[in-house]
Each structure stands twice: as structure tokens, then as C-alpha cells.
Design a protein around this ligand. Structure first.
Ligand code: PDD
Length: 293
């Protein structure tokens, strides 16, 4: 069986040889942050933006960045080169995680001396087929039970996974989270809706993760004359939307055709999604050929 090569604290190792201490604060407290970066045909999507978001997450949890951006890039590119067989396609994603490392004993307060644990791996990116995407997925709305710093890409994902599982238990692919009557994001995605013909997504802030895909969609919408607004919108507005989408690095732009068991508009992906997915795919083609980043 093919064994992928991963990076752990300065070493490149086969996956089954990468081991950490049970006293790692990532394991004991979920005291760490992470990033997921797509690589299309070996080219990284928005690496600078991912590095900036990593820095913001590290600053928020008061943990020093253990590597420079140049070092992150070097390791990422080496891992991509060392893992040519990760999946059937040429698209991959890079997962990176930084924790507050191993302390001598379990203690909630920060240790006096910190040696961050750095782990990186490359995984297969399941190719996104437009025809398959077009059939869409089901979603349900759920109360957002998470904490008040959802802008931090924390490895503490218990709220997110419980919400996602609740969606699965209800035969839905994703949960759309509602905080004080307002739509925030998905359990592992951002949310877009078309309301009165206008593409809408919640503004960034502490209630949601500033998704790199979300920002790219907004940028591409602006460049291509798709009218959009970043504004708060209610669950009620969501229920009357003519289109709903999820966005994330791994799922790209996924239309929702069934919400809480009822069809979204006519129960099919809509024309604005159709336009946006073409723009997004064209962007990826340019990225693969080195024309964009
Ligand atoms: N998750 N919101 C949440 C809570 C997320 O977990 C994610 C992505 C997003 C979208 O962010 P981006 O466009 O930068 O991927 C929004 C990743 C993919 C994960 O946890 O695997």
C-alpha cells in the first residue's frame, strides 16, 4: 500500500512513523490551529492568504509562528513533490497544524517554555465534477452552539463536528448555523444565498471563519459583474432564498437544493451558481497554468 510522506517537527516521515506525545497540548486541550490549502496541478491556491489567516489564528491564541512564510512554502512544496501518488487526480490539499507543543504535565495555563508541534500532510482532493455538483445537496439549519471566536481556525472542532453529524443524522450534507436569528456559516463551510436576485454572504467577524474560498468568490463576483452584498441576513431570508451555496477549499462551491426537507426555489441549482462555478473553474485553469495564484 502506498504510504504518504508527512512532515512532523522538522522531519519527513512515512505517515505510520509520525508520532506525537500524549502530553501534546493539541491532544489534551485542542490547543492549536490549522489550515487547509488546495493545490491544483501542484500550484497552491492563495498561499499568501492562507499564511495570513494562519498568522491571525496564531496571534489570537497567543502562539508564536514557528516558521517563516518561506519555510512554510518550502515544506509545502517538498511534501507535494514527495507525494505524487496521493490520489487518482493531480489535485491535492495540504493540511497543516500547529499546537502549543508538549508540556511536562497537564496544566491549563500556558507552559513557561513552548516548543510548537508542527504537522503537515497532503491528501487527495476529490475532483469536483460540475455535473455532479449541479444536482446539489441537502442542508438543515441548526442553532450555532460554538464559541465566540469562530474567526480563529482552531483545531477545537467539537461544536462543528457535532453539528455536521446532526446534519448527517438528518440525511443532510451540511448544517447551516444560526446565531441569534442570523445565518453565520456552515459546520465546515461558508454560506451564500441569493435573496431578491442579490448574492449575499454574512460579513466576516468573530461569528464565522473568513473563508479563503468565500473571499475568492466575492473577488470573482466583483470582477465579473455579479452583484453581491456582505451583510447580515436572517434565517427567514434564507428560507425564502432562490439559491443557497456552501463554499470551502475542499468542496469549492456546492449548491443546496433541499433545506430542512423543502426544495430551495424549484429544487435545482440556480443560474447564479451556474455562472459562478464556471468563473471558478476558469480561475482554476488559470492557476494550473501559472497565470494566477
Ligand atoms: N474547513 N467555515 C468553517 C467552519 C470551515 O471549517 C471552513 C473550511 C470554511 C471555509 O474556509 P475555506 O474556504 O478557507 O476552506 C468556513 C476546512 C476545509 C476543513 O476544516 O477541512
Amino acid at each position: 500500500m502506498y504510504m504518504s510522506i508527512v512532515y512532523l517537527n522538522g522531519e519527513y516521515l512515512p505517515l505510520d512513523q509520525a508520532k506525537i506525545s500524549v502530553l501534546d497540548r493539541g491532544f489534551l486541550f485542542a490547543d492549536g490551529v490549522y489550515e487547509v490549502i488546495p493545490a491544483y496541478g501542484g500550484r497552491l491556491l492563495r498561499m499568501q492568504e492562507h499564511m495570513q489567516r494562519l498568522q491571525n489564528s496564531l496571534d489570537a491564541i497567543r502562539l508564536e509562528n514557528p516558521l517563516s512564510n518561506e519555510q512554510w512554502l518550502e515544506i509545502t512544496e517538498k511534501l507535494l513533490a514527495d507525494n505524487p501518488n496521493t490520489g487518482p487526480g493531480e489535485d491535492k490539499y495540504v493540511y497543516l497544524q500547529v499546537t502549543r507543543g508538549v508540556a511536562a504535565k497537564r496544566n491549563h495555563g500556558f507552559p513557561d517554555e513552548v516548543n510548537q508541534t508542527v504537522f503537515m500532510m497532503v491528501s487527495e482532493m476529490v475532483p469536483v465534477d460540475k455535473e455532479e455538483l449541479r444536482s446539489g445537496v441537502a442542508a438543515i439549519t441548526l442553532d450555532d452552539i460554538r464559541w465566540k471566536a469562530c474567526n480563529v481556525k482552531s483545531i477545537s472542532l467539537l461544536g462543528n463536528i457535532l453539528l455536521r453529524q446532526q446534519a448527517h443524522d438528518n440525511e443532510a450534507a451540511e448544517a447551516i448555523l444560526i446565531n441569534d436569528g442570523l445565518v453565520t456559516e456552515g459546520a465546515a463551510s461558508n454560506v451564500f444565498a441569493v435573496i431578491n436576485g442579490m448574492l449575499v454572504t454574512a460579513p466576516t467577524g468573530s461569528r464565522l471563519l473568513p473563508g479563503i474560498t468565500r473571499d475568492l468568490i466575492i473577488e470573482l463576483a466583483a470582477e465579473n459583474g455579479v452583484a453581491y452584498e456582505e451583510r447580515d441576513f436572517t434565517e427567514e431570508e434564507l428560507l425564502s432564498a432562490s439559491e443557497i451555496w456552501f463554499s470551502s477549499s475542499t468542496k469549492e462551491i456546492m449548491p443546496v437544493v433541499l433545506l430542512n426537507g423543502k426544495p430551495v426555489a424549484n429544487g435545482q441549482s440556480g443560474p447564479i451558481w451556474e455562472k459562478m462555478i464556471d468563473i471558478y473553474q476558469a480561475y482554476k485553469v488559470k492557476l494550473r497554468s501559472g497565470e494566477s495564484s
